[in-house]
Design a protein around this ligand. Structure first.
Ligand code: DQQ
Length: 499
């Protein structure tokens, strides 16, 4: 970390320097968590993308491993212009990467095999292993991979794509050996043309980073109605929009959808997620927290992109996803305060939680119908900078609570994104379990298991204040606690770890 870089996170994973985007090859292999990521070690811009690699025993602290994939030297190499997103699978004990090799502005599926410790990778001489997208379709793009062993033997793969005039899609393939693939058809096609293209749940003209998984029913052994989840990042002609998921049922060749949902209310700020099942049977997900500052500002800082904290993804009783930070992160908690319950009415202000730019706050609130309150963080004394986390409950007791992140005064720097983010929060009788993790420019909020990840760039060194504010009605803060969080990046890091 450059001295004085107040935006660089200290308990999130960040690349040693340069550019980071999607999580790739996520896995828990022989007791070690592996996080690969889209990486340009040379500059904080998205150009010839490598695969960075780091390992962790606990999802908390990370050790840099040698860069895993480097774009091919030879201009004819299938990945001469970049090694784009993909996954790691266990091919009968052989660690195997399936990724998108980029050349001449086109991506095609490639394979690489790894050493036992996953640090040395050899690309397959036959790359690309699929030489062209299905010819019968007019596709908007063809990249990113979700690969799993087929119960009947062999492998299945989804490749993100879009059919012109129809919408985003995930194309299904099968293979006996990860090298020879047969096209089976689209698993499901979006409906982008029929939807409001400005909506928070617009499905885009292409689906990036598709991730299909099955979740067990919450706390029961009955057969869940919608056991399957298809996550995708809706993309439109070079613009990253937001990440969505479909719940439904995967039948082998089709995905019968039940409902479409937003994955994270931060929109583009939690993008291209990937998940894996760890040895404890937990579904762990990471996403890319992209920048809200200008490209020039990121380049000047020498780094761009933050990996989200690892999230546990489970099923809530209504069938949607419940997301929360992995409990292991609590080992980073240090100085602590706890506030006893209090009530907020209009104009009330309540300080007492620890000021800081690197903290974890937990609060249990009860919002009466027609009430609203704010948790203000990263605030200067004069209020010139302040980031507002607002919860409001309509008069109608059956209506959802709204979570809103207001960034209009988050930064005095007029060049950073200051747009607000919001979404509905399910609740029982106005009860909200709120969690806020702030780590310099990274901010991750969870309300009743619904996340809102974002970035904020306060400029003033004293933008550290934290307080609750009553806006209207009665909000009971039943209990609130905060912890300052430890650094995970004590040791100096090398930009390009040698093999
Ligand atoms: N990022 C990768 C692509 C993917 C996109 C390129 C999503 O493979 O579609 O860096 O952010």
């Amino acid at each position: 970390r450059a001295e004085g870089d107040s935006h660089r996170p200290r308990f999130h994973f960040v690349s040693p320097a340069g550019w980071l985007n999607d999580p790739n090859g996520l896995s828990h292999w022989n007791g070690v968590y592996h996080l690969f990521y889209q990486y340009n070690p040379l500059k904080a811009v998205h150009s010839r993308i490598h695969w960075g690699h780091a390992t962790s025993p606990d999802l908390v602290t990370w050790t840099d491993a040698p860069v895993a994939l480097v774009p091919g030297d030879d201009a004819d190499a299938a990945d001469a212009d970049g090694c784009w997103s993909g996954v790691l699978v266990n091919d009968n004990g052989v660690p195997t990467l399936i990724y998108s090799g980029r050349r001449d502005e086109q991506e095609l599926p490639c394979v690489a095999v790894g050493s036992k410790d996953l640090t040395e990778w050899v690309v397959d001489a036959a790359n690309p292993v699929i030489s062209a997208p299905p010819a019968a379709l007019e596709l908007t793009a063809f990249r990113d991979h979700c690969v799993w062993p087929h119960p009947g033997g062999g492998w299945r793969q989804l490749i993100g794509s879009g059919i012109r005039g129809q919408g985003g899609t995930a194309l299904l393939y099968e293979s006996p050996d990860l090298r020879n693939w047969s096209y089976l058809g689209p698993l499901i096609v979006g409906d982008s043309g029929d939807r409001d293209t400005t909506a928070d749940d617009w499905t885009g003209t292409m689906w990036e980073c598709v991730d299909l998984f099955r979740l067990e029913a919450a706390g029961g052994d009955h057969e869940p109605v919608d056991p399957d989840v298809l996550v995708f990042s809706a993309w439109d002609d070079g613009v990253t929009r937001h990440t969505l998921y479909l719940t439904g049922r995967y039948s082998g060749t089709r995905f019968e959808r039940t409902a479409l949902h937003r994955l994270d209310y931060g929109g583009r700020y939690f993008y291209a997620p990937q998940s894996t099942l760890d040895a404890r049977g937990r579904r762990v997900m990471f996403g890319w927290l992209q920048e809200g500052r200008s490209d020039a500002a990121a380049e000047a800082a020498g780094w761009s992109g933050v990996m989200s904290l690892p999230r546990l993804v489970s099923r809530s009783p209504d069938g949607t996803l419940y997301q929360e930070p992995v409990p292991e992160l609590e080992t980073l908690r240090r100085e602590h305060v706890r506030l006893d319950g209090f009530v907020l009415t209009r104009g009330d202000r309540r300080a007492g939680l620890l000021p800081g730019d690197q903290f974890d706050i937990v609060a249990d609130l009860h919002l009466e119908p027609g009430s609203e309150s704010e948790l203000v963080v990263r605030a200067t004394d004069d209020g010139a900078e302040r980031t507002v986390i607002r919860l409001s409950r309509p008069d109608d007791p059956d209506a959802d609570v709204t979570l809103e992140l207001v960034r209009t005064a988050s930064s005095l720097d007029a060049t950073v994104d200051a747009t607000s983010r919001s979404g509905p929060i399910r609740h029982v009788d106005g009860q909200i379990h709120l969690r806020v993790l702030a780590d310099h420019s990274a901010l991750e909020i969870f309300a009743n298991g619904q996340p809102l990840a974002c970035r904020v760039y306060p400029t003033r060194a004293d933008a550290l204040g934290v307080e609750f504010v009553g806006i209207r009605g009665r909000v009971h803060v039943k209990e609130a606690a905060s912890w300052l969080m430890a650094d995970i990046w004590d040791a100096p890091r090398r930009l390009w770890p040698e093999r």
